[in-house]
Ligand binder design. Structure first.
Ligand SMILES: *Cc1c(COP(=O)(O)O)cnc(C)c1O
Length: 389
């Protein structure tokens, strides 16, 4: 016992990262094959990745350069632009807000539900005006909240729904994968998301008009260039009738993404079991509140907790770091950022209150259950040292 105790101490220079890209020899091999083939841009690998993703979701998929570009293109293709308003929770990554303002529309900052940290529909409904054209539910941490109610509200007011599903790749709602139903869903394949293609993202929708606009708009608006590129060519004679962007995905990215998609059953199961372990250990602590998630159905991107008696998160994070545990904060409310200070009139008390109490614990597929136990030990120790318990 003493021996193992001291060995544990010796090994306590263990450092647990908040998140990381989890890459194996297979991804490296796939990238080398693209490099050897000498066609790095958008070509057959992107076509193959889109086809595999379409099988996964059961709907057409358009791949782009990152999740923010996916949101930007989706909003634009849905016909939202200057003077329009989009309802979105303030508690999200600034990417959601930037994608809305990128088309000249106004993000209208809404409250969240304190239990799921997804958009608060009572607050959102109060903020609907004649200019409101869409709602962007953010699937915080991988959970979707009451998505059925989001669609009911959208139907009532004839709004487009653009789901920011950056956290929710693989999550299941009412027996269907997120992205496999609804209006438009956008995913991110950023290095630390549920699957990665280095950077990258995709849009999933059934809307044929939107799909056509997305496919052209990611290639500078060049009409039908996607098909030429899938075959290793490009359009030399073409027309452009709309604004486009240089937002396509490369073969290098798609090669990584294809391998990650193949590994997804393992990656998702790992995330789910790690988050369940946290739940199991932390639910016994009365000074900690958990986010309401069902890890049999959702694939968590992050593991946030709420400390109702938080005094100084900065001090707590420093203490945890001194014990080898890196933590995060998801997210600074956007209406408190200079550029978005006009996105709400008045305060967002639920958001502002919960934000100060949020702390994100490490979660990525290269962690073990033992690492989770270690993090919880160090959290207990830090809270004790700081006089919380
Ligand atoms: C990651 C993320 C995005 C954007 O994805 P990128 O690929 O990083 O551009 C959008 N919204 C949320 C909530 C995210 O976490």
């Amino acid at each position: 016992m003493d021996f193992w105790g001291s060995l544990e101490d010796l090994m306590s220079d263990r450092f647990i990262r908040l998140s990381k890209s989890c890459i194996t020899a297979s991804e490296k091999k796939a990238v080398m094959e693209v490099l050897d083939a000498g066609y790095l841009g958008m070509g057959s690998n992107v076509c193959a990745f889109e086809n595999e993703l379409a099988n996964f979701f059961g709907r057409p998929v358009v791949c782009v350069v990152n999740g923010t570009a996916a949101l930007h293109l989706a909003i634009s293709a849905a016909g939202i632009g200057h003077g329009d308003e989009v309802l979105v929770q303030s508690l999200t990554y600034v990417a959601s807000f930037q994608a809305i303002s990128a088309v000249g529309a106004k993000p209208v900052a809404c409250e969240v539900h304190p239990k799921t940290l997804t958009i608060n529909l009572d607050d959102a409904e109060r903020k609907i005006t004649a200019k409101t054209k869409a709602i962007m539910p953010v699937h915080y941490a991988g959970g979707v909240g009451d998505l059925e109610a989001v669609y009911a509200l959208a139907k009532k007011y004839q709004l487009r729904v653009i789901e920011d599903a950056a956290h929710a790749f693989g999550s299941i709602y009412q027996s269907i994968r997120v992205g496999g139903f609804g209006d438009i869903a956008c995913f991110s394949f950023d290095g630390i998301k549920n699957i990665t293609s280095g950077e990258g993202g995709c849009i999933v929708t059934d809307d044929k008009f939107v799909l056509e606009r997305l496919r052209d708009a990611r290639l500078l608006g060049v009409k039908n260039d996607s098909n030429a590129r899938y075959q290793g060519g490009r359009s030399w004679s073409f027309d452009v009738d709309t604004q486009g962007w240089r937002y396509h995905m490369s073969n290098i990215m798609a090669a990584i993404g294809l391998v990650q998609l193949g590994r997804f059953p393992l990656l998702s199961q790992k995330r789910q079991s790690l988050a369940s372990r946290y739940d199991q250990l932390l639910s016994k602590r009365s000074h900690i509140e958990l986010i309401d998630q069902n890890y049999n159905l959702i694939v968590p991107h992050i593991y946030p907790i709420v400390l109702p008696n938080m005094v100084s998160r900065a001090l707590l994070r420093e203490k945890l770091l001194s014990h080898g545990v890196e933590t995060g904060v998801h997210y600074q409310p956007n209406h408190q950022l200079t550029f978005y200070s006009q996105c709400v009139s008045g305060a967002l008390p639920i958001t502002e209150n919960i934000f100060n109490k949020l702390l994100t614990l490490p979660l990525h597929p290269d962690l073990s259950l033992n690492d989770i136990d270690y993090v919880v030990d160090k959290l207990d120790l830090s809270l004790k040292e700081l006089g919380y318990v």
